[in-house]
Design a protein around this ligand. Structure first.
Ligand code: SDX
Length: 431
């Protein structure tokens, strides 16, 4: 990636510094500033990382201007239409689509790791019933490092692979248990005869008192939602996982850190906040009032599910999600869902408004997902746990990629210091 013929020249106080220009296989060129401080004694300043590449990666590529998302080169809309989540997990983890036998072996491995240690059931009972499932997931996933010692040695590639399989396999079980606990129903054990998405729905909605048959329409929609959330380049939670991993922390602690970061309403928490916003709007007549609030600089209100740091065009996942919302609600006979009507009219009016057009604010992955999840029977509190469950393969793939790079080092940013310069202590009686 280093092309010595290409450099960027920085001149400071009359002295010029040649910085190598790194050539990507796709996307913008990258100025290599790794030696800048040593050579020129200056830092760069980019608090929101709007112009900073934190790493190199081969997993996911996003073109924000074109609204393009590729996983190992495959467009997200093709994967959503033709693939299924565990095949996408294999693709993200290993770099290529699996052969039929590789896929069969991978699925069998994941299926046989879905149970969690029986003693971990006690963790759930330590939480209040009304605890947010994300709080429970952060706690229980972090606690996995107390139970799975045989897959915490990150220097051992085999242990890294076992930890990866365990995380992908156990997250649906943990998310379902967090949900069951929050509604006072008994835990439902995973079943090896069900596919990944059907198993999750069964663990969430089955009760011992009667047979629960998974609706194939819902399991297909669930699997598609898992695919659409699987990975997304160096987003906030993935960057959190990479930074935690850079200190040598064990994989379960790193994923727990990613879950904590994802929870925020500016990130994965937006799907819950978006549905709550659509319900607060309540009717198409009130949409102009909320659009005005979103445009008002003095009002902190933002249209949840709108805007994105990278996409300055449609989020390709939102397009697939919108189509899926139409299909699922139609098939479930709730195509006149008032919330869906408000969402579609809000999208229409916002996209016709110069404020949103000028700032290139489009619906993102979180705008329609909550409508589907609610139609499937999930409470809003389960929306972000489902995002976390889906994103675990992305976090763990990026974690694995970072650890596989022998040159990786601990992440340790510097700062622009604006505080007091050195001064002497003053005794309290002299202040
Ligand atoms: C996810 O990074 C990823 O890839 C994340 C994600 C993933 O898969 O991992 O895609 C998942 O997190 C999607 C985003 C979900 N969040 C939301 O829907 C929350 C609402 N959106 C925003 O808060 C915002 O758009 C962000 C956080 C998503 C992006 O923020 P940026 O890139 O830092 O942009 P910004 O806050 O600097 O906004 C730029 C301008 C501002 O106006 P000015 O100060 O320039 O006048 O656009 C305005 C903002 O006020 N703006 C909005 C808005 N989002 C941005 N105005 C109204 N409504 C909004 N939603």
């Amino acid at each position: 990636m280093t092309d010595s013929s290409k450099t960027a020249t920085l001149t400071i106080d009359g002295t010029s510094y040649d910085l190598p220009l790194l050539s990507p296989t796709a996307g913008p060129n990258v100025i290599d500033i790794r030696k800048l401080y040593a050579d020129a004694g200056v830092f760069t300043y980019d608090p929101g990382y709007t112009s900073t590449a934190s790493c190199d990666s081969t997993i996911t590529f996003i073109d924000g201007a074109k609204g393009e998302l590729l996983h190992r080169g495959y467009p997200i809309d093709q994967l959503a239409e033709k693939s299924h989540y565990l095949e996408v997990c294999y693709l993200l983890l290993y770099g290529n689509l699996p052969t039929a036998s590789d896929l069969e072996e991978f699925e069998a491995t994941i299926t046989r790791h879905t149970m969690i240690h029986e003693q971990m059931h006690n963790f759930f009972r330590g939480f209040r019933r009304d605890a947010h499932p994300m709080a429970t997931m952060v706690g229980v996933v972090g606690a996995m490092s107390a139970f799975y010692h045989d897959s915490t040695d990150i220097s051992d590639p085999r242990q890294r692979e076992i930890a990866s399989h365990r995380m992908i396999a156990k997250m649906p079980t943990i998310a379902a248990m967090a949900y069951k606990y929050s509604i006072g129903q008994p835990f439902v054990y995973p079943r090896n005869d069900l596919d990944y998405a059907s198993n999750f729905l069964h663990m969430c909605f089955a009760v011992p008192a009667e047979q629960y048959e998974v609706d194939p329409i819902l399991s297909r929609a669930m699997d598609r939602i898992f695919i659409l959330h699987a990975d997304h380049e160096q987003n906030a939670s993935t960057s959190t996982v990479r930074l935690a991993s850079s200190s040598g922390a064990n994989p379960f602690a790193c994923i727990a850190a990613g879950i904590a970061c994802l929870w925020g309403p500016a990130h994965g928490g937006a799907n819950q906040a978006c549905l709550e916003m659509l319900k607060e709007i309540g009717s198409v007549e009130r949409i102009p009032e909320f659009i005005a609030r979103a445009k008002d600089k003095d009002d902190p209100f933002r249209l949840m599910g709108f805007g994105h740091r990278v996409y300055k065009n449609f989020d390709p996942r939102a397009k697939v999600m919108k189509q899926s919302a139409d299909e699922v609600l139609d098939l479930l006979g709730i195509e006149n869902n008032p919330v869906l009507q408000v969402a579609k009219e809000l999208e229409k009016q916002a996209l016709e408004d110069p404020y949103f057009a000028d700032k290139k604010l489009f619906p993102n992955v979180d705008f329609y997902s909550g409508i589907i999840l609610e139609a499937m029977g999930f409470p809003t509190s389960m929306f972000t746990p489902i995002f976390a469950l889906s994103r675990t393969v992305g976090w763990i793939s990026q974690w694995k990629e970072q650890l596989s790079d022998p040159a990786h080092k601990i992440g340790r940013p510097r700062q622009l210091y604006l505080g007091e310069t050195a001064r002497n202590y003053i005794d309290v009686e002299d202040r």
